[in-house]
Design a protein around this ligand. Structure first.
Ligand SMILES: [Zn+2]
Length: 269
């Protein structure tokens, strides 16, 4: 599943090719994605002002409104020439001047495309989202405040998009390892100092993943067609029953909220 780093990598890849260019039209080969895709005439001829990201949404902003794209479980975007033959899962082309298209490929069709007139931050999918983990407000104090009275496992809190967005399962596992915190520990029992370390760990893990173009996932290919190779840097995720790189102790696996969780019983307390 494309996670925040993959979406940010995609954003950085398509931004220079779109900003300042004009949306000349679109081709909806399959408008039935997670929600039906409807694009208004007002979008035609609009110049792209910016390509932004909020959580795992990509926002293509114009003066008349914005196109909000989510890659769902298996979606990817690539820039190609209009004449490039479309495959069976190439559902939507957003046509750009110069006979180029931004092509959405999505085998499982859990992705979505919405148009929003006015401020996209007020769109119903976006307005109630938690803060961005790479923003300055995301720090130990923020997490410590959010954890007050929460008896839920810290890993679940970290993955709660109403609190902080974009910390998917892989990144939650890796951040907790880096911070030396057990995934099942009750959020309310963690000190402010440990939260400061955790916030820093989340930012470092995400920044590293973005630098590497995301994690290797079967369906994810970045805008240039390369696969991400962040998976080579994973310390715990997918390494249940293998020795910890840091201390040699056998890593333990368990499920928290149905999600695969791996930790080192020695390094994480
Ligand atoms: Zn260890």
């Amino acid at each position: 599943m494309p996670e925040l780093p993959e979406v940010e990598t995609t954003r950085r890849g398509i931004e220079p090719a779109l900003v300042g260019h004009t949306i000349t039209g679109w081709n909806l080969r399959q408008p039935r994605l997670r929600w039906p895709v409807v694009l208004p005439h007002a979008l035609r001829g609009q110049r792209v002002r910016g390509v932004l990201r909020r959580a795992k949404y990509l926002v293509i902003e114009t003066a008349n409104g914005s196109v909000i794209v989510h890659l769902g479980m298996s979606g990817s975007l690539r820039l190609t020439h209009k004449s490039t033959e479309a495959g069976p899962h190439d559902h939507v082309d957003l046509e750009i001047d110069g006979d180029r298209v931004l092509r959405l490929t999505d085998p499982r069709r859990f992705g979505s495309i919405h148009f929003h007139e006015g401020d996209w931050r007020q769109h119903w999918l976006i307005k109630d989202l938690g803060i961005e983990p790479l923003d300055n407000e995301f720090d130990g104090d923020f997490l410590h405040r959010a954890a007050r009275k929460r008896r839920v496992a810290i890993k679940l809190m970290l993955m709660d998009a109403r609190i902080v967005v974009g910390v998917g399962n892989i990144y939650a596992n890796e951040s907790l390892f880096r911070a030396g915190i057990r995934p099942r520990l009750a959020a309310s029992r963690i000190s402010r100092d440990r939260y400061a370390l955790l916030a820093q760990s989340v930012r470092e893990v995400l920044a590293l993943a973005i630098r590497h173009g995301g994690t290797t996932l079967r369906d994810f290919v970045d805008e240039s067609g390369r696969r991400g190779y962040f998976s080579q840097s994973l310390n715990v995720y997918g390494r249940e029953d293998l020795p910890c790189y840091q201390c040699g102790t056998v890593l333990k696996g368990l499920r928290i909220g149905q999600r695969a969780t791996v930790y080192c019983p020695n390094c994480q307390r």
